[in-house]
Each structure stands twice: as C-alpha cells, then as structure tokens.
Design a protein around this ligand. Structure first.
Ligand SMILES: CC(C)(COP(=O)(O)OP(=O)(O)OC[C@H]1O[C@@H](n2cnc3c(N)ncnc32)[C@H](O)[C@@H]1OP(=O)(O)O)[C@@H](O)C(=O)NCCC(=O)NCCS
Length: 209
C-alpha cells in the first residue's frame, strides 16, 4: 500500500495512504473493541476507508515509536486514545485515508477531493467575508472547506457551525497556511494555524492546537 509518512516534530506525525482493494490480513494490532466496530461496517468501501485510516494511525505512531493504544469514539464522534495518552484525528476521502497523532496537543486532519460543485454550496459553509476574498476556484473553496473541517475536528465538539462559528482570515490559493478562529461558542477565541498540502486532486489540511 502506498504511504506517505511525515514526522512533523518529536511529538507528532501524520500518515496518508492510498486506499486499495485488498483483504485486511494485517489488522491484528486493533483493539477488541475496534475489531468489533470493523466487523459491524457492512459497506465494502466504508470498511476499506475505516481500516486504511487505522493503518495510517498505526504508521504515524510507529514513526514516533509509540505502541498502538487502541482508540474509541467519544460522545461527539471524536476518536480518543484508550490509554488516555495523546491525541488523534482521522480522515478519508475517495481513494485516500489519513491520520495525525500528537503526544500532547489536540489535532485535526482532513482530506477532500476538489470538485466543481463546491462552488455552488459556498453560502452554506462560508461567511460573507470569506465569500468576498475567495476566488471562484474549486481548489480555493476546497481549501477553505477542509481548513474548517480540520479546525472542527481539532476542537472536537458537535454543534459548531462552519459558517457561523469558524472564521478564516483571507488566504491565497497558493498559501500553505490558513489562519482561523472559532467565534460565538463556548470554545471561542482560540486561533488556529492550518497547514495545507495538495496531493493530486485532493486537498489535505491539518492543525495542531
Ligand atoms: C463529523 C465530520 C467532522 C466528518 O468529516 P468528513 O469530512 O465527513 O469525513 P472525514 O473522513 O474527513 O472524517 C471522518 C472522521 O472524523 C472523525 N470525527 C467524527 N466526529 C468528530 C468530531 N466531533 N471531532 C473530531 N473528529 C470527528 C471520525 O474519526 C471519523 O472517522 P471514522 O468514522 O473512521 O472514525 C463532519 O462531517 C461534520 O460533522 N462536520 C460538522 C458539521 C458541519 O458543520 N458541517 C458543515 C455544515 S455546511
């Protein structure tokens, strides 16, 4: 399986994998609870995405020489480490899955395919200030969407609206960092710096608290 692993610093790493048609023989590292969750996914594509994201965390952890602790989903849907140590975030999109791990800080990661149709739904997830600075370019819009997903996943709580509560500072389509903040909720006034990468026709973003 093709994998790209990036050690960000001594505390954090990320891995991105291409999702392939394959039998999952190498999932022995999963916890009992995770094996049950995997068995309960019936759709073959979803099964592959789920498994590839877990293989990605496994690889990111290996890079940091941390044994796989097993993860469970909290009441918001965010994955938490079973031994209470470290922070993880997962993503999957058509053909790719990725994960990021940090020893001490909350993290968020997201991958999205660049699609023309995102231009038609901007009003749903963008504030008027953001609509003003974004070019009518699907890649630029996808960067904004993905940055908001990463910020959302980093804070982890349901009930945070992309349009109302996550505001991005102006950025250019070539920028590799997007700054943003959460406003108008209990979790406000934290400023995020979101890293941006482009892999073929996919935008990858991640942020570390
Ligand atoms: C839940 C949500 C973050 C998932 O993102 P997505 O782009 O659809 O899917 P991704 O593949 O990138 O991410 C899925 C992973 O997000 C993680 N996730 C789910 N809820 C989460 C939360 N509250 N916090 C952090 N991570 C979460 C899970 O690990 C999941 O992977 P898994 O099911 O394999 O465990 C997203 O759909 C969502 O609910 N966003 C907020 C709602 C919103 O405002 N939407 C836009 C309005 S226009």
């Amino acid at each position: 399986m093709q994998t790209k692993i990036e050690k960000i610093d001594s505390s954090s790493a990320l891995a991105v994998k291409i999702i392939e048609e394959q039998e999952y023989k190498d999932l022995e590292f999963l916890s009992f609870r995770e094996k049950l969750s995997f068995a309960n996914i019936s759709h073959p594509d979803k099964k592959r995405e789920w498994a590839t994201a877990r293989l990605a965390i496994f690889d990111a952890l290996q890079q940091l020489q941390i044994p796989y602790p097993g993860f469970f989903k909290d009441e918001h849907g965010k994955s938490q480490s079973m031994n209470g140590q470290g922070f993880v975030s997962l993503t999957h999109t058509l053909g790719f899955a990725g994960a990021i791990f940090h020893r001490e800080q909350p993290v968020g990661i997201d991958m999205d395919l660049i699609r023309e149709k995102i231009l038609g739904i901007g009003f749903r997830f963008l504030d008027p200030q953001e609509l003003n600075f974004l070019e009518k370019d699907p890649a630029h819009y996808t960067m904004a969407w993905s940055a908001k997903e990463s910020i959302f996943k980093c804070q982890g709580k349901r009930g945070v609206s992309f349009r109302e509560n996550i505001l991005l500072e102006p950025f250019a389509p070539t920028d590799q960092v997007i700054k943003g903040k959460i406003r108008g909720t209990d979790f406000a006034d934290h400023h995020y710096a979101v890293e941006v990468r482009r892999l073929e026709n996919v935008i990858l973003t991640y942020t570390i608290w």
